[in-house]
Design a binder for this molecule. Structure first.
Ligand SMILES: C[S@@+](CC[C@H](N)C(=O)[O-])C[C@H]1O[C@@H](n2cnc3c(N)ncnc32)[C@H](O)[C@@H]1O
Length: 231
């Protein structure tokens, strides 16, 4: 069985290659691109469609990758709002910064950091979004605790992610390539929701649930979940 540190190193290496254009991400779903020149889009849903972002809000994007969701969010919150993207892969953060410079969006900042220890102050965000990332984190409860910590009371979390559609064989669970492909780390939906509740979130709603790329034979599904930190 792989250790959490081995999983994280394999995931980091994989997404460094993806940033440099020589690896795929998860099974991706087609998404409207901010510009054909930007990429890669490696998400598995559309958290921003459900985040109801308002001008002036502070948004954190967990595992911001090349920054496409963060850039869209920055446009929605406008010049008085701010978006902070956090990603543990330095190559992805460099690409996101370059994409932000290309489109000229000033109110977005990207930092290298881990979801398990976010480089952000308590209660500093109105909204936390994430697209196809938590499944890649070995300690999901810790990641949800950190998301809760950085949200202000009453703040909302909207995550699109991959969950297991059924039992995954132990050889898949232990396979580092399957971790990077967003399969091995997928929890069953009920366990995922329970981890959110254990971190303190309330008002959980499953807003979307779709077959993954390979239809009903796929071992995983994508879901979008919204939850709230109690006021
Ligand atoms: C499948 S990509 C999704 C990127 C982006 N959210 C999107 O929709 O295009 C997953 C991203 O999560 C980052 N990541 C994975 N585990 C992480 C962790 N523990 N802390 C911070 N970032 C992480 C990876 O570096 C990668 O950029």
């Amino acid at each position: 069985m792989s250790t959490p540190e081995q999983v994280k190193q394999a995931v980091r290496d994989h997404y460094a290659r993806a940033a440099l254009g020589s690896a795929c991400g998860c099974e991706t779903s087609p998404r409207e691109d901010l510009s054909g020149a930007l990429g890669p889009a490696l998400g598995c849903g559309s958290p921003l469609s459900y985040a109801d972002l308002r001008p002036g809000e502070v948004v954190v994007d967990l595992g911001s990758g090349a920054g496409l969701d963060a850039l869209r969010a920055a446009r929605r919150v406008g010049p008085h709002g701010q978006v902070l993207g956090v990603d543990m892969t330095p190559e992805m953060v460099a690409l996101a910064r370059s994409n932000a410079a290309t489109v000229g969006v000033p109110n977005v900042h990207f930092s290298v950091g881990e979801l398990e220890s976010l480089p952000l102050a308590d209660g500093s965000a109105d909204v936390v979004v994430s697209n196809c990332v938590i499944n890649l984190v070995p300690d999901k409860r810790r990641a949800f605790q950190e998301a809760y910590r950085v949200l202000r009371p009453g703040g909302r979390l909207v995550v699109s992610d991959v969950v297991a559609a059924g039992p995954l064989p132990p050889e898949v669970r232990g396979d580092l390539a399957a971790w990077s492909a967003c399969v091995a780390g997928a929890l069953p939906l009920q366990d995922y929701l329970e981890a959110l509740r254990a971190a303190g979130f309330e008002a959980l709603e499953v807003l979307a649930s779709e077959d993954s790329c390979c239809g009903s034979a796929s071992p995983v599904r994508s879901v979008t979940v919204r939850a709230r930190r109690p006021a």
